[in-house]
Ligand binder design. Structure first.
Ligand code: GUN
Length: 293
């Protein structure tokens, strides 16, 4: 069993990005900038945005976090987005989700200029990804694909089972794993809360992506000997022995599943760091206008 070390690979990618930024600076060029909008005080969202800000610093990017009260109106938020769309010094920006319930998230996402949508949530980017056109791919699926690529995991002709059908992980994974060329060419099955025989289906998988947000869902009896297991779960569960009072729990029952795997991602230190670094990669792509020219 080999661990897919997301922390290590993310550091590698970070080094590559930082080296490019050093060259830009040396040539007197403008530095890439990512902006994050955050609304309200949700603890997990604050942590995620702080992680993204830190990563920007480590890559040499400029970054800004725009914080708004929970009471901000949809209209006010749309005005802020329009300003960022028009600001030529901002290469990409994200609106951290979830938003307060009275704000229409889809409307907000669709207000972002697809050229600056480094989260890859805009339907134009989702659609382009689906048909294999250049696009911003959302950070978690992009990070998983990078991990598979850098560990040279054979995916061609393999049966991949994606557990979870969310628009930001499950569905893009289904598309990316089945796309032409490495790391793709998989036969993909997507399982979800209405799937019958989920255990039996998982047992036939060469690659399992567990992305349902249900702690320790995937048990040893659901995994074939030699499978590759990617754990996307990051549920906060109470823990007495940590400073924060919680720890992150994956969707995989790691201790019993790991011995059966050829490769497995740990939580933390697997998919999480790859997600953040993929957002940085998308920001550099936006700066270089690689997607839309
Ligand atoms: N909330 C949870 N994950 C994400 C993410 O990747 N991007 C944004 N904008 N919000 C999130």
């Amino acid at each position: 069993m080999q661990i897919l070390d997301g922390k290590k690979i993310a550091a590698e990618v970070r080094g590559e990005i930082a080296a490019e930024v050093v060259q830009l600076a040396a040539a007197g060029k403008r530095i890439p900038q990512l902006v994050a909008i955050i609304v309200g005080n949700d603890g997990a969202s604050q942590t995620y945005v702080a992680g993204k800000e830190k990563a920007c610093g480590e890559c040499g990017f400029k970054s800004q976090v725009l914080r708004f009260e929970d009471a901000i109106t949809e209209q006010e938020l749309l005005v802020q987005i329009a300003k960022l769309n028009a600001d030529e010094t901002v290469d990409g920006f994200i609106v951290q989700l979830p938003l307060p319930e009275r704000i229409n998230e889809q409307k907000v996402v669709e207000a972002i200029d697809p050229k600056k949508d480094v989260d890859g949530f805009h339907p134009i980017n989702v659609g382009r990804m689906t048909i294999g056109l250049p696009s911003y791919v959302s950070a978690t699926p992009a990070g998983i694909m990078e991990l598979l690529k850098r560990y040279r995991i054979e995916t061609s002709g393999k049966h991949a089972v994606v557990v979870g059908r969310s628009s930001i992980v499950g569905r893009p994974m289904m598309n990316l794993l089945s796309q032409k060329g490495a790391p793709g060419d998989c036969t993909v099955t997507v399982c979800h809360s209405r799937t019958k025989n989920i255990k039996e289906i998982c047992r036939t998988a060469d690659i399992i992506v567990a992305a349902l947000g249900h702690p320790e869902f995937l048990t040893a009896e659901m995994v074939k000997q030699g499978a590759v297991v990617i754990d996307v779960g990051i549920t906060r569960v109470p823990a007495a022995d940590t400073k924060s009072g919680f720890r992150l729990q994956g969707d995989v029952k790691y201790d019993e599943v790991a011995p059966k795997c050829s490769y497995i991602t740990p939580v933390p230190g697997g998919v999480g760091p790859m997600t953040i670094i993929s957002l940085m990669k998308n920001t550099l792509k936006a700066y270089k206008k690689e997607v839309y020219g």
